[in-house]
Design a binder for this molecule. Sequence first.
Ligand SMILES: [Zn+2]
Length: 115
Amino acid sequence: MHELGVVFHIIDDLKVVAEENKIEKIDKVTVELGEVSTVIPHFLSDCWKWAAIKHPLLKDTELFIETIPAITYCEECKKEYGTINHGRICPFCGSERTYLQQGNEFLIKEIEVTK
Ligand SMILES: [Zn+2]
């Protein structure tokens, strides 16, 4: 499962941050997930529950997932449109010269720690 790899990646990142900042326990992690990224939020949460419990640093850490809407930009008519509804072809001019502007990202946005 692809999401498990993503979770391991997050955990590795968090361990580095925790070590650098001498954090012993993380309470809350917020990640940003693009609408058309290949990660499925539901699976990500499940994998998180399974993997995080194995690390003292993350034993009771809550994972919050924020969705970033997918937006495509058309080079032909210079307009933006929602990727989910229209896909690769511009709904304004029918061009295929479009590219995804945002919505494919996956990043750790915020870490919360209480001392
Ligand atoms: Zn267009």
